[in-house]
Design a protein around this ligand. Sequence first.
Ligand code: AKG
Length: 257
Amino acid sequence: MFLSEEDVANYKRDGYIFVKDLFSPREVEIMLDAVENDPTINRYLKGNLDGGGRITRLSIWHSLNNDVWAAASTHPRMVNNVRILTGEDVAFFHGKVMMKEARSGGAWEWHQDYGYWYDQGFVFPRMMSAFVALDPARAENGCLRILKGSHKMGRLTHGAVGDQTGVDIDRLNQINQYFEEVTCEMTPGTVLFFDCNLLHTSSPNNSDYHRRSFIIAYNALSNPLFRKKKLCSLEPCPVGSEDSILKFARQPETVGV
Ligand SMILES: O=C(O)CCC(=O)C(=O)O
């Protein structure tokens, strides 16, 4: 479950790496149960309009609480891989559950995460996201699409698109010919680790299938924040136990028939 030197080299070259089945079906089942029943989700829920006027719903928080989301964010399979890819210790920045419900979930415009985070005062782009598929993610239900290697351009200019922050579309139309577009179809439990300057987007979900995911953002400990309001922890992300997610099971294990 831990990434090799070759994986790290591929991540640096491409700006992303998939780890298939990083979380087990049972761990995913517990997280999906929490999407539907954990009050944290409703407490931090908000809706943003995409460029086409559709709502993208997400729930986002900036601290580790006593819940399954903290267990997943601090899980050794997660934190140790983020440390391996970053090459140093990391802090937890935020966690968010992306809803992308069947027939209603809106799009995410082309952007780099550092297009958002730069303005929050992070000095260097030493940051990454770990995208955990909770439902099967496919082209038809609006899975993530990325431009392989685009992180190497550094941060591009971003502006407002609906309620979102999107990359300058004229520039995108000029540069996209230089990169391969990868459609990130993922099975539940698979994790996509990606660099904060990797360009990515997703289409609306017009299908009959939800495409929910949990995304955790981490910041390298060596990356200072110059704003007084510190949205990100400055401490090393704690590392939990191997069975930490299972402790949040509310229901008996589903027995296959
Ligand atoms: O979940 C998605 O479709 C897009 C998410 C995204 O772009 C982000 O969190 O930066």
